[in-house]
Structure formats: structure tokens, C-alpha cells
Design a protein around this ligand. Structure first.
Ligand SMILES: C[S@@+](CC[C@H](N)C(=O)[O-])C[C@H]1O[C@@H](n2cnc3c(N)ncnc32)[C@H](O)[C@@H]1O
Length: 394
């Protein structure tokens, strides 16, 4: 079987499988069956399990694994990573990588079509995408809405250039912009829909200005501890939008300009801060629902574990904005916390958890999101009077 015939067969089989699993909305089936993902992902990395605990990424190309295996991997519901740490891969001699921070990819197709479907568009819809990446999602968008109705923005010049080549080769010619999408796409006429396939800490106001009133923004919010989830907002005017989380799970790589500072700064000394007992352990940060609330409570914090005196495990929580810290230490069956700096970080987490529990421990999809001229908030029950948490905005 020739490569195009095999690719075609695997693509149709893949679309059928996604549809059978309820992961391919009917409106997006034709696009999934048509757009040749393999022409956008000729070379990529996939994560594998590693006994060291550090993720090992292995390269996949036609030359390395053979045409059939490469195509099988392309036509699967996986994210295919194409860049790490903002540096292009040397594809003349690709090596397995231990660790590394993925900075560009073709996102798993079921998530892409879920997000595109959430745009609730029709044949006339104009769309701006932030995070062109390989161009695969841009091509799906072009197939469904027509390429003259689509614009896509990518911050990385090399990534953008490769996406342009693949899109044009496949016959799509949307507007392609190279630049920081947090500042918008520079459109003269706002689009009806905005979608972002990179995570943001808050919704850039530029996206509201470049979306028509009544239009929708679909994006993932995330923090430095974890992803918050997928939101869909209706734009009211160029300063206001309101909506809610529609899924808790998906996490995208953070917008490059919003990544956590590389340096953690000075770690607190053993005598710094005041110690007290706490009923809230650091596992809270990593559990699905409580982790969501903790991320909202301490938006500028990062956390890691490190053994302390006597080998007892310590969890460090450090705030990059104000230098506050909380160090949690195993204490018998529970934990003690030592806090210092202008804000009691762990007390913020405890208070947020208490509010959330008092509200019946709702799932992320019950939280609303409001964008206003001078602030952005995630809230419960009522946008004005319910408990709310501020999002950091650039
Ligand atoms: C998950 S990938 C995009 C996936 C892509 N839509 C696809 O399906 O192939 C995220 C992309 O967002 C880009 N990006 C990060 N920050 C950005 C920014 N501020 N403006 C525009 N693009 C950005 C990254 O360079 C990366 O290529």
C-alpha cells in the first residue's frame, strides 16, 4: 500500500473510532476525515515511561520507525510534541530526551475538535486562533469555516514558518500572523470567535477587543501549579465577557510570555517563618478538585517536594510575586506548616478550601468566569455576591 493510501485509510479508521467513542462531534467529522495530520507532523516526540521518574521523550519519524508505525502514531488520539524549551530539534540526528519542557505540538485531536465544536460556529463564522503550532488545528478550522474566515497567530517564528508551509501544501491559506498573541492578532475587523490552544493565566483583553460582541472565546486557563481547565466566555463588549468552565481536564502548554520565572529565588532557611499545625496536606495541590481551588487561591505560587532533616519529606510552596513561602513538613500522621512573607500562603489555601467545601465541593464546571475592565474573577454561585478569586492578568 502506498503512503497516501495507507494514510487515508488510517485517517478514516481513526475518525470512525473517535466518533464511536463519542469524541468526534458530527460537524467536525468531515474535517477530521479530510485534513492529513501526517503532513503537519512529519517528525515529533512522544513521552514514554521512564524508571527514573523523569519523562523520557522518544523521537518518531518515518525514517526511524518506518512509514506504517509513524502513520499509526499520527492517526491516534495523542499529542505529538514538536519542540522543547523553545529550541528547534536537530532532526538530522534526533535523540531520546530525558525531561524538557514541551513548547510546541499538535494537540490530541479529540481535544482540538471538542474546543472547535465549543465555538458553536456555522459556515459563515470568522475565527481567530492563538497558538498555530503545527497548523493541524488551523487546517481543521479552515476546512469547516473556509480559510478566508480564519486567522492564526503563533509567537515562534520557526514554528509559524513550518505551519505555513504545511498549510499551503495542503491547500489552505488562512491569515497567519507571527507575534505575541496575548496582544491580539492585529485584526481590523473583529472575528466572531476566538480560540486559544496555549494556556493563559487570564484572558487577554485584546481578545475581547478582537471578538465581536455576542461572540465566543474558548481557551484554557492555567496557573503555575496546574491547569484550571477549558472556559467558554461570551463577549459583551470590548471590556466585558462572562462565561464558565466547560471542562476541568485539558491542560495546554503555557503562553511563552507567561511561563513561571526560571529561577525559584532564595529558598527559606530552616529558621524562617512561623510554624503551626495544619489539617491540609500538600497532596491537596495535586488532587483534581481541591487542586483547582488551591491554584485559584495562590495564583503566583510554585511548589515542589524535597527531603529535609532526617529525610522527612517537605513540600515547598513559593510565591514568585511577593516572596511569601509555606514549607509543609510531615509531622507524625499529619503536617505542620511554616509560613513567612507578606501573605500567609497556606492560610489562603485553607480558606479557599473551606469556602469551596461550604459550597458543597462543586466541580470546576460549576465555576463562572468574568472579565471586566480592571479585573478578572472566577466565582461560584453568583458573579457579584458569590465567593470569588482573582485571576492574574498581564
Ligand atoms: C499546543 S501548541 C498548539 C497546537 C496547535 N494548535 C496544533 O494543533 O497543532 C501551542 C502553541 O502556542 C504557541 N504560543 C505560545 N505562546 C504564544 C503566544 N503568546 N502567542 C501565540 N502563540 C503562542 C507555541 O509556540 C505553540 O506552538
Amino acid at each position: 500500500m502506498t503512503e497516501p493510501v495507507l494514510a487515508n485509510e488510517l485517517r478514516h479508521r481513526f475518525a470512525e473510532q473517535l466518533a464511536a467513542e463519542g469524541k468526534l462531534p458530527a460537524d467536525w467529522r468531515a474535517a477530521a476525515e479530510t485534513v492529513p495530520r501526517h503532513l503537519f507532523t512529519t517528525k515529533f516526540y512522544v513521552p514514554t515511561d521512564s524508571p527514573t521518574g523523569v519523562t523520557r521523550y522518544v523521537p518518531i519519524t518515518r525514517e526511524l520507525v518506518g512509514t506504517e508505525e509513524w502513520l499509526r502514531r499520527v492517526y491516534s488520539d495523542r499529542t505529538l510534541i514538536t519542540q522543547f524549551d523553545g529550541q528547534d530539534v536537530d532532526w538530522s540526528d534526533p535523540q531520546p530526551l530525558d525531561g524538557g519542557d514541551p513548547t510546541s505540538s499538535s494537540t490530541l485531536p479529540s481535544l482540538v475538535v471538542q474546543m472547535l465544536d465549543a465555538l458553536d460556529g456555522d459556515d459563515e463564522t470568522t475565527v481567530t486562533e492563538y497558538g498555530t503550532g503545527t497548523g493541524y488545528s488551523t487546517a481543521l478550522m479552515c476546512h469547516r469555516f473556509g480559510d478566508h474566515r480564519g486567522t492564526s497567530v503563533e509567537t515562534d517564528r520557526g514554528v509559524a514558518a513550518r505551519a505555513r508551509v504545511a498549510l499551503n501544501y495542503c491547500g489552505y491559506s488562512p491569515g497567519l500572523v507571527v507575534g505575541n498573541g496575548l496582544a491580539g492578532a492585529g485584526l481590523r475587523t473583529p472575528a466572531a470567535r476566538t480560540i486559544a490552544t496555549m494556556g493563559v493565566r487570564g484572558i487577554p483583553w485584546a481578545w475581547l477587543r478582537e471578538t465581536t460582541p455576542g461572540g465566543l472565546v474558548v481557551a484554557t486557563l492555567r496557573g503555575w501549579l496546574r491547569s484550571l481547565g477549558l472556559v467558554r466566555l461570551e463577549v459583551q463588549d470590548d471590556e466585558h465577557a462572562v462565561g464558565q468552565f466547560i471542562a476541568a481536564e485539558p491542560g495546554f502548554m503555557m503562553a511563552r510570555q507567561q511561563q513561571a520565572p526560571a529561577n525559584l529565588g532564595m529558598l527559606p532557611g530552616d529558621d524562617d517563618g512561623k510554624t503551626r499545625e495544619t489539617e491540609v496536606g500538600p497532596e491537596t495541590l495535586h488532587m483534581p478538585d481541591s487542586g483547582f481551588v488551591a491554584q485559584l487561591a495562590i495564583p503566583n505560587a510554585r511548589s515542589f517536594f524535597m527531603p529535609g532533616d532526617g529525610g522527612r519529606m517537605r513540600a515547598y510552596v513559593l510565591d514568585a510575586a511577593n516572596g511569601s513561602f509555606a514549607v509543609l513538613t510531615e509531622d507524625g500522621d499529619g503536617w505542620s506548616v511554616r509560613e513567612g512573607g507578606p501573605v500567609s500562603l497556606w492560610a489562603e489555601v485553607e480558606q479557599s478550601l473551606a469556602l469551596w467545601q461550604a459550597a458543597g465541593s462543586p466541580h470546576a464546571t460549576e465555576f463562572g468566569v468574568s472579565v471586566e475592565p480592571d479585573r478578572q474573577r472566577v466565582w461560584l454561585d453568583d458573579a457579584e455576591d458569590g465567593p470569588s478569586w482573582r485571576l492574574p492578568v498581564a
